[in-house]
Design a protein around this ligand. Structure first.
Ligand code: 8DG
Ligand code: CA
Ligand code: CA
Length: 507
Protein backbone atom coordinates (compact mmCIF):
# COMPACT_ATOMS: atom_id res chain seq x y z
CA UNK A 1 0.00 0.00 0.00
CA UNK A 2 1.33 3.45 -0.82
CA UNK A 3 2.20 5.10 2.50
CA UNK A 4 1.51 8.68 1.46
CA UNK A 5 -2.15 9.62 1.77
CA UNK A 6 -3.74 11.26 -1.25
CA UNK A 7 -3.81 15.03 -0.95
CA UNK A 8 -7.16 16.71 -0.82
CA UNK A 9 -7.19 19.23 -3.63
CA UNK A 10 -7.53 22.78 -2.46
CA UNK A 11 -7.27 24.66 -5.68
CA UNK A 12 -9.97 24.85 -8.32
CA UNK A 13 -10.98 21.41 -9.55
CA UNK A 14 -10.77 20.52 -13.20
CA UNK A 15 -13.32 22.52 -15.16
CA UNK A 16 -14.33 24.69 -12.21
CA UNK A 17 -12.79 27.81 -13.72
CA UNK A 18 -15.28 27.64 -16.56
CA UNK A 19 -18.17 28.80 -14.37
CA UNK A 20 -16.85 32.32 -13.93
CA UNK A 21 -18.39 34.75 -16.43
CA UNK A 22 -18.44 32.78 -19.64
CA UNK A 23 -20.31 35.51 -21.45
CA UNK A 24 -18.19 38.41 -20.23
CA UNK A 25 -14.45 38.80 -20.88
CA UNK A 26 -12.77 35.75 -19.37
CA UNK A 27 -11.58 36.54 -15.85
CA UNK A 28 -8.19 35.17 -14.85
CA UNK A 29 -8.11 31.89 -12.96
CA UNK A 30 -7.82 32.41 -9.20
CA UNK A 31 -4.26 32.21 -7.89
CA UNK A 32 -3.38 28.59 -7.21
CA UNK A 33 -0.05 29.28 -5.50
CA UNK A 34 -0.77 31.66 -2.64
CA UNK A 35 2.86 32.10 -1.57
CA UNK A 36 4.03 33.28 -4.98
CA UNK A 37 3.39 36.79 -6.29
CA UNK A 38 5.25 37.60 -9.48
CA UNK A 39 6.22 41.02 -10.78
CA UNK A 40 7.49 41.21 -14.36
CA UNK A 41 9.82 44.17 -14.81
CA UNK A 42 9.14 45.99 -18.07
CA UNK A 43 12.74 47.14 -18.49
CA UNK A 44 14.22 45.36 -21.58
CA UNK A 45 11.15 43.07 -21.72
CA UNK A 46 8.92 45.61 -23.37
CA UNK A 47 5.28 46.40 -22.74
CA UNK A 48 3.62 43.97 -25.16
CA UNK A 49 5.75 40.96 -24.21
CA UNK A 50 5.13 41.77 -20.56
CA UNK A 51 1.37 41.84 -21.18
CA UNK A 52 1.55 38.53 -23.04
CA UNK A 53 3.58 36.82 -20.29
CA UNK A 54 1.26 38.23 -17.63
CA UNK A 55 -1.78 36.72 -19.34
CA UNK A 56 -0.01 33.40 -19.82
CA UNK A 57 0.97 33.12 -16.16
CA UNK A 58 -2.44 34.19 -14.90
CA UNK A 59 -4.13 31.61 -17.10
CA UNK A 60 -1.97 29.00 -15.38
CA UNK A 61 -3.10 30.18 -11.97
CA UNK A 62 -0.14 32.39 -11.00
CA UNK A 63 -0.67 35.73 -9.33
CA UNK A 64 1.07 38.43 -11.36
CA UNK A 65 0.86 41.99 -10.05
CA UNK A 66 1.00 44.99 -12.37
CA UNK A 67 2.50 47.26 -9.73
CA UNK A 68 5.36 46.46 -7.42
CA UNK A 69 4.42 46.11 -3.73
CA UNK A 70 5.88 44.41 -0.62
CA UNK A 71 3.62 41.45 -1.43
CA UNK A 72 5.75 40.61 -4.47
CA UNK A 73 7.89 37.53 -3.81
CA UNK A 74 9.46 36.92 -7.25
CA UNK A 75 10.69 39.72 -9.54
CA UNK A 76 11.38 38.44 -13.06
CA UNK A 77 13.60 40.36 -15.47
CA UNK A 78 14.63 39.67 -19.03
CA UNK A 79 17.91 40.75 -20.52
CA UNK A 80 18.98 42.63 -17.39
CA UNK A 81 22.41 42.28 -15.87
CA UNK A 82 22.86 41.46 -12.19
CA UNK A 83 24.02 45.02 -11.58
CA UNK A 84 20.93 46.49 -13.29
CA UNK A 85 18.69 44.17 -11.29
CA UNK A 86 20.32 45.17 -8.06
CA UNK A 87 20.07 48.91 -8.92
CA UNK A 88 16.43 48.41 -9.77
CA UNK A 89 15.74 46.77 -6.40
CA UNK A 90 17.60 49.51 -4.49
CA UNK A 91 15.54 52.08 -6.35
CA UNK A 92 12.23 50.32 -5.67
CA UNK A 93 12.91 49.58 -2.00
CA UNK A 94 14.33 53.04 -1.43
CA UNK A 95 15.82 53.65 1.98
CA UNK A 96 13.46 51.23 3.69
CA UNK A 97 15.54 48.15 3.00
CA UNK A 98 12.54 46.34 4.42
CA UNK A 99 12.45 42.57 4.61
CA UNK A 100 11.46 40.30 3.01
CA UNK A 101 13.20 41.26 -0.19
CA UNK A 102 11.82 39.62 -3.34
CA UNK A 103 13.90 37.13 -5.28
CA UNK A 104 15.48 38.73 -8.35
CA UNK A 105 15.21 36.19 -11.14
CA UNK A 106 16.00 35.94 -14.80
CA UNK A 107 13.36 34.83 -17.28
CA UNK A 108 14.54 31.17 -17.18
CA UNK A 109 12.72 30.62 -13.87
CA UNK A 110 9.50 32.02 -15.29
CA UNK A 111 9.71 29.89 -18.43
CA UNK A 112 10.30 26.71 -16.42
CA UNK A 113 7.30 27.55 -14.24
CA UNK A 114 5.11 28.01 -17.31
CA UNK A 115 6.30 24.70 -18.76
CA UNK A 116 5.58 22.81 -15.54
CA UNK A 117 2.41 24.71 -14.71
CA UNK A 118 3.60 25.33 -11.13
CA UNK A 119 6.33 27.28 -9.31
CA UNK A 120 9.66 25.48 -9.66
CA UNK A 121 12.25 25.72 -6.86
CA UNK A 122 14.57 28.67 -7.31
CA UNK A 123 18.13 27.61 -8.09
CA UNK A 124 21.29 29.64 -8.35
CA UNK A 125 21.16 29.67 -12.15
CA UNK A 126 17.81 31.51 -11.99
CA UNK A 127 19.13 34.29 -9.76
CA UNK A 128 20.09 37.77 -10.82
CA UNK A 129 21.69 38.69 -7.55
CA UNK A 130 25.15 40.18 -7.60
CA UNK A 131 27.19 37.30 -6.16
CA UNK A 132 27.99 37.85 -2.51
CA UNK A 133 30.92 35.53 -1.85
CA UNK A 134 34.20 37.27 -1.18
CA UNK A 135 37.10 36.62 -3.50
CA UNK A 136 38.64 34.11 -1.12
CA UNK A 137 35.44 32.06 -1.16
CA UNK A 138 35.27 31.98 -4.95
CA UNK A 139 38.32 29.74 -4.92
CA UNK A 140 37.31 26.19 -3.92
CA UNK A 141 40.76 25.62 -2.42
CA UNK A 142 39.96 28.17 0.24
CA UNK A 143 36.40 27.22 1.18
CA UNK A 144 36.48 27.37 5.00
CA UNK A 145 35.87 24.14 6.89
CA UNK A 146 33.01 25.29 9.12
CA UNK A 147 29.60 26.35 7.77
CA UNK A 148 29.58 29.30 10.19
CA UNK A 149 32.61 30.70 8.34
CA UNK A 150 30.83 30.67 5.00
CA UNK A 151 28.09 32.65 3.26
CA UNK A 152 25.28 30.25 2.36
CA UNK A 153 22.45 31.92 0.43
CA UNK A 154 18.98 30.45 0.11
CA UNK A 155 19.22 29.91 -3.64
CA UNK A 156 22.43 28.22 -4.66
CA UNK A 157 23.96 26.56 -7.72
CA UNK A 158 24.09 22.88 -6.86
CA UNK A 159 20.55 21.81 -6.00
CA UNK A 160 20.62 18.44 -7.76
CA UNK A 161 23.73 17.41 -5.79
CA UNK A 162 22.58 18.79 -2.44
CA UNK A 163 19.16 17.13 -2.74
CA UNK A 164 20.82 13.77 -3.34
CA UNK A 165 23.31 14.18 -0.48
CA UNK A 166 20.60 15.39 1.88
CA UNK A 167 18.46 12.36 1.03
CA UNK A 168 21.40 10.17 2.03
CA UNK A 169 21.84 12.21 5.22
CA UNK A 170 18.16 11.85 6.05
CA UNK A 171 18.20 8.11 5.39
CA UNK A 172 21.29 7.72 7.61
CA UNK A 173 19.46 9.68 10.33
CA UNK A 174 16.53 7.27 10.04
CA UNK A 175 18.94 4.41 10.78
CA UNK A 176 20.45 6.23 13.75
CA UNK A 177 23.82 6.68 11.98
CA UNK A 178 24.74 10.10 13.31
CA UNK A 179 28.24 9.99 11.79
CA UNK A 180 27.00 9.32 8.27
CA UNK A 181 24.17 11.84 8.72
CA UNK A 182 26.70 14.55 9.55
CA UNK A 183 29.13 13.54 6.79
CA UNK A 184 26.48 13.86 4.05
CA UNK A 185 25.01 17.00 5.61
CA UNK A 186 28.42 18.68 5.73
CA UNK A 187 29.21 17.76 2.12
CA UNK A 188 25.83 19.13 0.96
CA UNK A 189 26.38 22.30 2.95
CA UNK A 190 29.77 22.94 1.32
CA UNK A 191 28.17 22.73 -2.14
CA UNK A 192 25.48 25.24 -1.12
CA UNK A 193 28.18 27.82 -0.45
CA UNK A 194 30.02 27.49 -3.78
CA UNK A 195 29.90 30.50 -6.12
CA UNK A 196 28.93 28.35 -9.12
CA UNK A 197 27.75 24.89 -10.17
CA UNK A 198 29.93 21.77 -10.06
CA UNK A 199 30.34 20.62 -13.65
CA UNK A 200 33.52 18.58 -13.34
CA UNK A 201 34.90 16.23 -10.68
CA UNK A 202 38.15 18.19 -10.50
CA UNK A 203 36.20 20.99 -8.83
CA UNK A 204 35.73 18.83 -5.72
CA UNK A 205 39.46 18.76 -5.11
CA UNK A 206 40.43 20.77 -2.08
CA UNK A 207 36.86 21.11 -0.83
CA UNK A 208 36.49 20.42 2.90
CA UNK A 209 34.15 17.71 4.23
CA UNK A 210 34.06 15.79 0.96
CA UNK A 211 34.66 12.09 1.56
CA UNK A 212 34.83 9.18 -0.85
CA UNK A 213 31.12 8.35 -0.66
CA UNK A 214 29.86 11.92 -1.27
CA UNK A 215 32.31 12.31 -4.16
CA UNK A 216 31.03 9.07 -5.72
CA UNK A 217 27.44 10.40 -5.59
CA UNK A 218 28.46 13.63 -7.31
CA UNK A 219 30.32 11.65 -9.96
CA UNK A 220 27.29 9.44 -10.61
CA UNK A 221 25.09 12.52 -10.98
CA UNK A 222 27.55 14.21 -13.31
CA UNK A 223 27.83 11.13 -15.50
CA UNK A 224 24.28 9.76 -15.47
CA UNK A 225 22.05 12.53 -14.16
CA UNK A 226 20.76 10.24 -11.39
CA UNK A 227 22.28 8.25 -8.55
CA UNK A 228 21.09 4.66 -8.37
CA UNK A 229 21.81 4.56 -4.64
CA UNK A 230 19.72 7.66 -3.96
CA UNK A 231 16.89 6.50 -6.22
CA UNK A 232 16.89 3.10 -4.50
CA UNK A 233 16.55 4.74 -1.10
CA UNK A 234 13.81 7.11 -2.22
CA UNK A 235 11.77 4.22 -3.55
CA UNK A 236 12.28 1.94 -0.54
CA UNK A 237 9.36 1.22 1.75
CA UNK A 238 11.57 1.89 4.77
CA UNK A 239 12.55 5.42 3.66
CA UNK A 240 9.05 6.37 2.53
CA UNK A 241 7.45 5.16 5.74
CA UNK A 242 10.05 6.78 8.00
CA UNK A 243 9.65 10.03 6.08
CA UNK A 244 5.88 9.90 6.44
CA UNK A 245 5.94 9.09 10.17
CA UNK A 246 8.65 11.62 11.12
CA UNK A 247 6.68 14.28 9.28
CA UNK A 248 3.93 13.90 11.90
CA UNK A 249 4.14 16.57 14.60
CA UNK A 250 5.38 14.85 17.78
CA UNK A 251 6.98 11.85 16.07
CA UNK A 252 10.77 11.49 16.10
CA UNK A 253 13.00 8.86 14.55
CA UNK A 254 12.78 6.48 17.53
CA UNK A 255 8.98 6.36 17.53
CA UNK A 256 8.80 6.10 13.73
CA UNK A 257 11.28 3.23 13.80
CA UNK A 258 9.30 1.39 16.49
CA UNK A 259 6.08 1.74 14.50
CA UNK A 260 7.83 0.54 11.37
CA UNK A 261 9.17 -2.54 13.16
CA UNK A 262 5.64 -3.24 14.43
CA UNK A 263 4.52 -3.38 10.80
CA UNK A 264 2.72 -0.02 10.62
CA UNK A 265 3.04 1.76 7.27
CA UNK A 266 0.32 4.36 6.79
CA UNK A 267 -1.62 7.03 8.66
CA UNK A 268 -4.63 4.73 8.47
CA UNK A 269 -2.62 2.03 10.25
CA UNK A 270 -1.89 4.53 13.03
CA UNK A 271 -5.44 5.75 13.33
CA UNK A 272 -6.61 2.15 13.65
CA UNK A 273 -4.58 1.91 16.86
CA UNK A 274 -5.23 5.22 18.63
CA UNK A 275 -3.84 4.08 21.97
CA UNK A 276 -0.39 4.20 20.39
CA UNK A 277 -0.61 7.98 20.16
CA UNK A 278 0.09 10.68 22.73
CA UNK A 279 -1.81 13.96 22.71
CA UNK A 280 0.74 15.73 20.49
CA UNK A 281 0.79 12.93 17.92
CA UNK A 282 -3.01 12.84 17.89
CA UNK A 283 -3.01 16.53 17.01
CA UNK A 284 -0.29 15.86 14.42
CA UNK A 285 -2.46 13.29 12.68
CA UNK A 286 -5.70 15.25 13.08
CA UNK A 287 -4.13 18.24 11.31
CA UNK A 288 -1.76 16.25 9.10
CA UNK A 289 -2.92 17.68 5.82
CA UNK A 290 -2.54 21.31 6.89
CA UNK A 291 0.69 20.72 8.82
CA UNK A 292 2.35 18.88 5.95
CA UNK A 293 1.63 21.66 3.47
CA UNK A 294 4.06 24.60 3.56
CA UNK A 295 3.45 27.71 5.64
CA UNK A 296 3.93 30.72 3.36
CA UNK A 297 5.60 33.96 4.35
CA UNK A 298 2.35 35.95 4.25
CA UNK A 299 0.79 33.37 6.59
CA UNK A 300 3.72 33.76 8.99
CA UNK A 301 3.17 37.53 8.90
CA UNK A 302 -0.55 37.04 9.63
CA UNK A 303 0.24 34.79 12.61
CA UNK A 304 2.74 37.38 13.85
CA UNK A 305 -0.01 40.00 13.89
CA UNK A 306 -2.25 37.71 15.91
CA UNK A 307 0.53 36.95 18.41
CA UNK A 308 1.52 40.62 18.65
CA UNK A 309 -2.06 41.62 19.38
CA UNK A 310 -2.35 38.99 22.13
CA UNK A 311 0.91 40.21 23.64
CA UNK A 312 -0.19 43.84 23.47
CA UNK A 313 -3.16 42.82 25.62
CA UNK A 314 -1.24 40.88 28.25
CA UNK A 315 2.20 42.57 28.39
CA UNK A 316 2.47 45.89 26.59
CA UNK A 317 6.06 46.68 25.60
CA UNK A 318 7.01 43.08 24.90
CA UNK A 319 8.38 42.47 21.40
CA UNK A 320 7.88 39.62 18.96
CA UNK A 321 10.63 38.66 16.49
CA UNK A 322 10.15 36.24 13.62
CA UNK A 323 13.03 33.74 13.72
CA UNK A 324 13.71 30.34 12.09
CA UNK A 325 13.77 29.94 8.34
CA UNK A 326 11.63 33.01 7.63
CA UNK A 327 14.28 35.24 9.23
CA UNK A 328 16.78 33.63 6.84
CA UNK A 329 14.64 34.83 3.92
CA UNK A 330 12.79 31.58 3.22
CA UNK A 331 9.44 32.06 1.51
CA UNK A 332 7.97 28.93 3.06
CA UNK A 333 8.58 26.75 6.09
CA UNK A 334 7.21 23.83 8.08
CA UNK A 335 6.34 26.05 11.04
CA UNK A 336 6.64 29.64 12.31
CA UNK A 337 9.13 30.49 15.06
CA UNK A 338 8.81 33.56 17.29
CA UNK A 339 11.11 34.92 19.95
CA UNK A 340 9.53 37.16 22.57
CA UNK A 341 11.24 39.43 25.07
CA UNK A 342 10.62 42.56 27.14
CA UNK A 343 13.03 45.50 27.61
CA UNK A 344 12.74 45.18 31.40
CA UNK A 345 14.48 42.02 32.58
CA UNK A 346 12.10 39.75 34.47
CA UNK A 347 8.88 41.20 33.05
CA UNK A 348 8.81 38.42 30.48
CA UNK A 349 8.53 35.63 33.08
CA UNK A 350 5.25 33.69 32.94
CA UNK A 351 4.17 35.35 29.70
CA UNK A 352 3.32 32.24 27.68
CA UNK A 353 0.31 31.02 29.71
CA UNK A 354 -1.21 34.53 29.50
CA UNK A 355 -0.66 34.81 25.74
CA UNK A 356 -2.01 31.32 25.13
CA UNK A 357 -5.01 32.05 27.35
CA UNK A 358 -5.78 35.10 25.25
CA UNK A 359 -5.42 33.18 21.97
CA UNK A 360 -7.53 30.37 23.41
CA UNK A 361 -10.33 32.77 24.29
CA UNK A 362 -10.44 33.65 20.57
CA UNK A 363 -10.69 29.98 19.61
CA UNK A 364 -7.32 30.05 17.85
CA UNK A 365 -5.51 27.29 19.74
CA UNK A 366 -5.85 23.78 18.29
CA UNK A 367 -3.05 22.27 20.37
CA UNK A 368 -0.49 23.56 22.86
CA UNK A 369 2.28 22.22 24.96
CA UNK A 370 3.83 24.85 27.22
CA UNK A 371 7.12 24.39 29.03
CA UNK A 372 7.87 26.77 31.86
CA UNK A 373 11.47 27.92 32.01
CA UNK A 374 13.73 25.57 33.86
CA UNK A 375 16.26 27.96 35.28
CA UNK A 376 15.87 29.47 38.74
CA UNK A 377 17.83 32.69 38.50
CA UNK A 378 20.46 34.46 36.44
CA UNK A 379 23.27 32.53 38.08
CA UNK A 380 21.59 29.36 36.98
CA UNK A 381 21.49 30.77 33.44
CA UNK A 382 25.30 30.92 33.55
CA UNK A 383 25.19 27.23 34.28
CA UNK A 384 22.79 26.67 31.38
CA UNK A 385 25.15 28.58 29.12
CA UNK A 386 27.86 26.10 30.06
CA UNK A 387 25.92 23.20 28.54
CA UNK A 388 26.88 22.49 24.96
CA UNK A 389 23.47 21.57 23.60
CA UNK A 390 20.84 22.68 21.11
CA UNK A 391 18.08 22.38 23.70
CA UNK A 392 17.49 25.39 25.90
CA UNK A 393 15.69 26.07 29.16
CA UNK A 394 13.50 28.99 28.05
CA UNK A 395 9.79 29.24 28.67
CA UNK A 396 8.24 28.10 25.39
CA UNK A 397 5.19 26.75 23.70
CA UNK A 398 4.97 24.27 20.83
CA UNK A 399 1.51 24.80 19.46
CA UNK A 400 -0.86 24.46 16.53
CA UNK A 401 -2.77 27.67 15.87
CA UNK A 402 -5.78 28.26 13.68
CA UNK A 403 -5.19 30.84 10.98
CA UNK A 404 -8.53 31.99 9.56
CA UNK A 405 -8.57 32.84 5.87
CA UNK A 406 -8.72 36.59 5.41
CA UNK A 407 -12.12 37.51 3.97
CA UNK A 408 -10.54 39.26 0.97
CA UNK A 409 -8.51 36.33 -0.29
CA UNK A 410 -9.72 34.41 -3.28
CA UNK A 411 -10.36 30.80 -2.41
CA UNK A 412 -12.36 28.02 -4.00
CA UNK A 413 -13.11 24.92 -1.95
CA UNK A 414 -13.62 21.58 -3.56
CA UNK A 415 -16.93 19.82 -2.91
CA UNK A 416 -15.62 18.11 0.22
CA UNK A 417 -15.01 21.23 2.26
CA UNK A 418 -12.53 21.40 5.14
CA UNK A 419 -12.81 18.46 7.51
CA UNK A 420 -11.96 19.91 10.86
CA UNK A 421 -12.39 22.58 12.09
CA UNK A 422 -15.20 23.45 9.74
CA UNK A 423 -14.42 27.17 9.36
CA UNK A 424 -12.32 28.34 6.43
CA UNK A 425 -8.66 28.56 7.34
CA UNK A 426 -5.62 26.52 8.12
CA UNK A 427 -3.84 24.85 11.04
CA UNK A 428 -0.25 26.12 11.44
CA UNK A 429 2.57 24.87 13.67
CA UNK A 430 3.96 27.70 15.77
CA UNK A 431 6.86 27.80 18.25
CA UNK A 432 6.82 30.62 20.81
CA UNK A 433 9.97 31.15 22.86
CA UNK A 434 10.44 33.72 25.63
CA UNK A 435 13.88 34.97 26.62
CA UNK A 436 15.00 37.57 29.15
CA UNK A 437 16.47 40.60 27.38
CA UNK A 438 19.98 39.87 28.71
CA UNK A 439 20.03 36.58 26.75
CA UNK A 440 18.11 37.79 23.71
CA UNK A 441 21.05 37.91 21.30
CA UNK A 442 21.96 34.30 22.06
CA UNK A 443 18.35 33.16 21.77
CA UNK A 444 17.98 35.00 18.46
CA UNK A 445 21.16 33.44 17.07
CA UNK A 446 20.12 30.00 18.33
CA UNK A 447 16.57 30.13 16.95
CA UNK A 448 17.43 31.60 13.54
CA UNK A 449 19.14 28.42 12.33
CA UNK A 450 19.68 26.73 10.04
CA UNK A 451 20.09 23.70 12.24
CA UNK A 452 23.32 22.86 10.44
CA UNK A 453 24.61 26.41 10.83
CA UNK A 454 23.88 26.21 14.58
CA UNK A 455 25.58 22.85 14.92
CA UNK A 456 28.62 24.22 13.14
CA UNK A 457 28.73 27.35 15.30
CA UNK A 458 28.82 25.19 18.43
CA UNK A 459 31.43 22.86 16.93
CA UNK A 460 33.60 25.81 15.88
CA UNK A 461 33.27 27.49 19.30
CA UNK A 462 34.36 24.42 21.19
CA UNK A 463 37.02 23.03 18.85
CA UNK A 464 38.63 26.28 17.72
CA UNK A 465 38.00 28.68 20.63
CA UNK A 466 37.42 26.43 23.63
CA UNK A 467 34.15 28.25 24.30
CA UNK A 468 30.70 26.71 24.84
CA UNK A 469 27.88 28.29 22.90
CA UNK A 470 24.15 27.71 23.21
CA UNK A 471 20.92 29.74 23.10
CA UNK A 472 21.61 31.12 26.61
CA UNK A 473 25.15 32.34 26.28
CA UNK A 474 28.80 31.87 25.47
CA UNK A 475 30.74 30.31 28.29
CA UNK A 476 34.46 30.21 28.90
CA UNK A 477 35.12 27.00 30.88
CA UNK A 478 38.68 28.03 31.76
CA UNK A 479 37.73 31.36 33.28
CA UNK A 480 34.38 29.95 34.42
CA UNK A 481 32.50 32.97 33.15
CA UNK A 482 29.95 33.89 30.49
CA UNK A 483 30.74 36.48 27.83
CA UNK A 484 27.98 39.08 27.52
CA UNK A 485 26.50 40.06 24.14
CA UNK A 486 23.90 42.69 23.24
CA UNK A 487 23.66 41.66 19.58
CA UNK A 488 24.41 38.75 17.27
CA UNK A 489 27.35 40.78 15.93
CA UNK A 490 28.86 40.77 19.46
CA UNK A 491 28.72 36.96 19.52
CA UNK A 492 30.47 36.62 16.15
CA UNK A 493 33.09 39.09 17.39
CA UNK A 494 33.70 37.07 20.59
CA UNK A 495 34.24 34.02 18.39
CA UNK A 496 36.58 35.83 16.00
CA UNK A 497 34.19 35.14 13.13
CA UNK A 498 33.13 37.45 10.31
CA UNK A 499 29.48 38.41 10.89
CA UNK A 500 27.16 36.28 8.74
CA UNK A 501 23.74 37.86 8.09
CA UNK A 502 20.66 35.63 8.61
CA UNK A 503 20.06 35.39 4.83
CA UNK A 504 23.51 33.81 4.48
CA UNK A 505 22.99 31.18 7.21
CA UNK A 506 21.11 28.72 4.99
CA UNK A 507 23.79 26.08 5.50
P1 8DG B 1 11.51 25.36 8.50
O1 8DG B 1 10.63 25.55 9.66
O2 8DG B 1 11.45 26.46 7.50
O3 8DG B 1 11.33 24.02 7.88
O4 8DG B 1 13.04 25.38 8.99
P2 8DG B 1 13.68 26.15 10.20
O5 8DG B 1 12.85 27.28 10.65
O6 8DG B 1 15.08 26.41 9.85
O7 8DG B 1 13.74 24.98 11.27
P3 8DG B 1 13.05 24.79 12.68
O8 8DG B 1 12.97 23.30 12.88
O9 8DG B 1 11.80 25.55 12.85
O10 8DG B 1 14.14 25.29 13.70
C1 8DG B 1 14.54 26.65 13.80
C2 8DG B 1 15.70 26.78 14.74
O11 8DG B 1 15.29 26.56 16.08
C3 8DG B 1 16.80 25.76 14.48
O12 8DG B 1 17.99 26.46 14.26
C4 8DG B 1 16.97 24.99 15.72
C5 8DG B 1 16.27 25.80 16.74
N1 8DG B 1 15.62 24.97 17.77
C6 8DG B 1 14.67 24.03 17.66
N2 8DG B 1 14.37 23.51 18.88
C7 8DG B 1 15.15 24.13 19.75
C8 8DG B 1 15.30 24.08 21.14
O13 8DG B 1 14.64 23.33 21.84
N3 8DG B 1 16.22 24.93 21.67
C9 8DG B 1 16.96 25.80 20.91
N4 8DG B 1 17.84 26.60 21.45
N5 8DG B 1 16.81 25.87 19.59
C10 8DG B 1 15.93 25.06 19.03
O14 8DG B 1 14.14 23.70 16.58
CA1 CA C 1 10.72 27.06 11.39
CA1 CA D 1 10.41 25.48 14.82
Amino acid sequence: MAPVPPKRRRGPGRGEEAGAGRAAAPSPAPPRFPGVTIYLAEQHMGRSRRAFLTELARAKGFRVDQAYSPEVTHVVMEGSSAAEASDWLDHVLGASGSLPKPLLLNISWFIECMRQGKPVPVEGRHCLEVPLPTRSQADPDSVPAYACQRHTPLAHHNLCFTEALETLAEAAGFEGSQGRFLAFQRAASVLKALPGPITNMSQLQGLPCFGEHSSRIVQELLEHGVSSEVEGIKQSERYQTMKLFTQIFGVGVKTADRWYREGLRTLDDLQAQPRKLNRQQEAGIRHFEDLSSPVWRHEADAIQQVVEEAIRQVLPGATVTLTGGFRRGKLQGHDVDFLITHPVEGQEAGLIPKVMGHLESQGLVLYQHTQSNHYQDLKDLDHKASQNTAMDAYEKCFCVLWLPKPPTSFHLETGEGPKEPSRDGKAVRVDLVVSPISQFAFALLGWTGSQHFERELRRFSQAEKNLLLNSHGLYDPEKKESLPAASEEDIFTHLGLEYIAPEQRNA
